[in-house]
Design a protein around this ligand. Structure first.
Ligand code: THU
Length: 138
């Protein structure tokens, strides 16, 4: 388990639970919320937004990232992710790839279950080892 200031970790999780309430997920009924901390210190929340045509659906994590990138952020510290259900929920492969576009190997992913009795913290490098990213196109 990787250490992070526990007050900050709690704050990010609180805001991820709050973001989960905004989820538009009538097809899966699986609500996801995310809270992304940029190196600037600013915070960006996101939720999953589904579509009747399914493929246009966006995950909570990418929603948060794209809001932040739109605002000019390019460097990030950590993201908290929470979903419906009693197990921690880890980012999908597509979201991990988006993280790899902007984040260092030590970018933290914090995920908790519904009642916060289980919280898992890991790095992007653990989630997506041997990643392909901007460095490969230089
Ligand atoms: N979802 C996320 O928001 N984040 C993930 O990392 C995994 C999946 C959403 C997409 C869809 O709305 C629902 O969860 C079921 O896949």
């Amino acid at each position: 388990m990787i250490a992070m200031d526990s007050e900050l970790q709690d704050k990010l999780l609180d805001l991820a639970y709050e973001a989960r309430e905004r989820s538009y997920s009538p097809y899966s009924n699986y609500k996801v919320g995310a809270c992304l901390l940029a190196k600037s210190g600013r915070i960006y929340q996101g939720c999953n937004i589904e579509n009747a045509s399914y493929t246009p659906t966006i995950c909570a994590e990418r929603n948060a990232f794209f809001k932040a990138v739109y605002e000019g952020e390019r460097e990030f510290e950590a993201i908290a992710v929470v979903a419906t259900g009693n197990t921690p929920s880890f980012p999908c492969g597509v979201c991990r790839q988006v993280m790899a576009e902007y984040c260092e190997k030590d970018f933290l992913i914090i995920t908790g279950n519904n009642d916060r009795s289980r919280v898992v913290v890991c790095t992007l490098d653990e989630m997506l080892p041997y990643s392909f990213g901007p460095k490969d196109l230089k």
